[in-house]
Design a protein around this ligand. Structure first.
Ligand code: F6R
Ligand code: MG
Ligand code: MG
Length: 370
């Protein structure tokens, strides 16, 4: 059975500030999606809040970029925005950057990760949701899952993974893409994706020699929307989401989660302007408090059963990730002590899309030649 999994998210109002999602926004979203399920449009759905982002996870058979599914997500965000306005939640409607829906939510503000595939006999998937960071924050962990044998011994041990994977990398500034094969083009791949504010992994495919999964069927997808490009000015970070399939010729569930045992530095955090560690947390702790952060990542695991979402298991709600959280807290302390100095604060080039240029503008006429 060919199933599409769509994870579509937006910040339509925070509570308080930019820290979390009000339960009423989740309630109204659930009732909207329940209607869509009853009418047969959706097979199944789940609604979550991660940081200040409202997350709609949906399964259906309409394929990626379906107008019906995108309209459903858009209408749900619009409805949730009405409640957010009533409750005067912070930044109500923040991510709905355009007034009207025109066939696809891409470019309108919400972030989207969608995968369409033939559901296998056993189909474990993980929905990753990050808050207070940008799509490039997924580069390192996705690379490690599918290309780093020190993370994923399956690349060495399992003959079905031995031919590696193909990475679709987007240049989000120039709007171009390139497909790079690992392990053959590993260094080219790293040359690009190490520059995570510009080159982002969009999808991962099996190699053409993969014995179990067609080379055209993506096994991971990441949302790559750039809010500043849509809005033309800073309107908050484009907190990314991803869907990753696991097991049986793909990285095992534990290999998919292992990269997050290292809380790597990502950009975002306070005012979308700071480098800081990404902390893996369970849903209960998916609220951005300290210095509007630190950036968080949640991992929810499901088995698919003919499109039904069996789950979730809140995968980072586990003592095995305590040490990563402890290290993240230590790094947070260390980074915070730099105050407004780089490299805690992002380099100037990345500050271009924040409110900083407005401050610098004031000093323009006072600048003298040296
Ligand atoms: C980061 C984020 C917050 C805000 C900060 C200031 O992505 O959304 O850190 O940038 O709370 O928000 P305003 O300017 O709305 O007071
Ligand atoms: Mg917000
Ligand atoms: Mg957010």
């Amino acid at each position: 059975m060919r199933i599409t999994v769509s994870l579509i998210k937006a910040d339509v109002g925070g509570y308080p500030g930019h820290s979390s999602v009000h339960p009423k926004l989740k309630e109204i979203s659930e009732s909207m999606l329940e209607n869509a399920k009853n009418s047969g449009l959706l097979i199944d759905f789940k609604v979550f809040g991660v940081g200040d982002d409202l997350q709609l996870l949906m399964t259906h058979t309409k394929g990626v970029d379906s107008e019906e599914i995108h309209k459903l997500a858009w209408d749900t965000f619009v409805k949730a925005t009405e409640i957010a306005r009533e409750l005067k939640l912070y930044g109500a409607g923040q991510d709905l950057l355009k007034d009207a829906f025109s066939g696809n939510v891409k470019g309108l503000g919400p972030g989207i990760a969608e995968l369409s595939f033939e559901e296998r006999k056993g189909e474990p998937i993980v929905a990753f949701m990050m808050d207070k960071t940008e799509p490039g924050a997924f580069n390192l962990p996705i690379f490690r899952m599918f290309a780093d044998p020190f993370n994923t011994p399956g690349l060495v041990i399992d003959p079905t993974m031995h031919d590696g994977f193909v990475f679709e990398v987007w240049d989000i500034l120039e709007h171009r893409k390139v497909f790079l094969k690992s392990p053959e083009e590993l260094y080219d791949l790293l040359a690009l994706i190490g520059a995570k504010s510009r080159y982002v992994i969009k999808r991962v495919f099996p190699s053409e020699k993969h014995p179990k999964i067609s080379k055209d069927e993506p096994v991971a997808v990441i949302s790559t929307e750039k809010l500043f490009e849509i809005a033309g000015e800073y309107v908050g970070k484009d907190d990314p989401v991803a869907i990753v399939r696991a097991q049986s010729g793909l990285p095992a569930l534990g290999e998919v989660l292992e990269p997050f045992a290292f809380p790597h530095l990502v950009s975002g955090w306070m005012r979308g302007s700071h480098n800081g560690p990404i902390m893996p947390v369970g849903l209960d702790n998916a609220k951005c408090t300290r210095f509007d952060g630190p950036p968080r990542v949640v991992a929810l695991g499901f088995q698919l059963a003919n499109g039904k979402l069996v789950g979730p298991v809140d995968l980072f709600n586990d003592p095995a990730f305590d040490n990563a959280r402890k290290i993240a807290n230590e790094i947070a302390d260390y980074m915070r002590r730099h105050g407004p100095f780089e490299p805690h604060r992002l380099p100037l080039q990345d500050m271009e899309y924040t409110t900083l240029p407005k401050v610098l503008e004031k000093l323009k006429n006072r600048m003298q030649g040296i």
